[in-house]
Design a binder for this molecule. Sequence first.
Ligand code: MG
Length: 361
Amino acid sequence: MKILDIQTGRISLPLARPFKTALRTVEALSDIVVRVVTDEGVGYGEAPPTAVITGDTDGSILCALHDYIRPALMGMDVMDLPACMEKLNACMVHNTTPKAAVDMALYDLWAKAQKKPLYQLLGGARTSFKTDITISVNPVSQMVEDSLDAVKQGFDILKIKVGKEGEKDVERIAAIREAVGPDVQLRVDANQGWEAKEAVRIIRAMEDRGLCLDLVEQPVPALDTDGLEHVTRNVETPILADEAVFSPRDAENIIRRRAADLINIKLMKTGGIWNALKICRMAEENGVECMLGCMLESRLSVAAAAHLAAGQKIVTRADLDGPSLCAVDPYEGGPEFDGAAIRMTDDAGIGVRNVPCEFWS
Ligand code: MG
């Protein structure tokens, strides 16, 4: 299965409501789509420019794809997946988003050739699972309203964005807990918004108020591993590393130091499924459970993450709400996203088709 071309297009989708975190506000999704063309069919991937997290922008993604990745992979045989992945990862450093888009397109082709849904080839741990949904940072009353709305839509795990207003976040979470009751699971994502000592104070205050959090995600800046370790050692609530872990090497460092209890894997941070599997193996060996997360992505690339989450036993949590945040889904085939439920289908590969873009070489 010879690679004949790597093409790019663009997909723009309105969001159901603006997405707000401690780092940014976004009204619509606009992502680059990749099509890998071979002599035996095509595979698809998606690259969301998320400059505040990955550093990857529209321009850098296109440049990486056209000037580095395409020339490196042209003519290679997709069925020799290790060779393709080695080339993809060696052709330039960083640029994890365009690498992820090509990685998933290659996995799509590789699994299609074997006429199997990808998750079965990645371990086949489960056929369905639940995702949480993100509640954006807003005034407390709005966040309570959004939370109740999400519960009404059938979500029983909420991931609440905080980190912009220090101690006030305690009241924010308390108000949401009171509104949704004890049966809804709450996850809190500070997106690097706190300093280590501040984080300990805030999380302990939440514990003292009996707010029962499933986890707190990335309380401190990404590079502050000492701070992350300090928080993890000094609170009861499980701490999840997100922005602190991009590569398998980052994961190894966090695991070795036990600087976090859990790891959030995102394909756009790892550079795709190939590297994500390395983190899964390491996590499994050390008994560190993982969450599979996503950026603001449409169902095309979130489907790839869903295959990994369904494949790997060590992935015990999913934050794959991208498709639920979009107002429309233009695709056909692949995993079904039905509110909180994600169900794998028998479609071969990643399975998403009818990608409505014009593609250029
Ligand atoms: Mg996060």
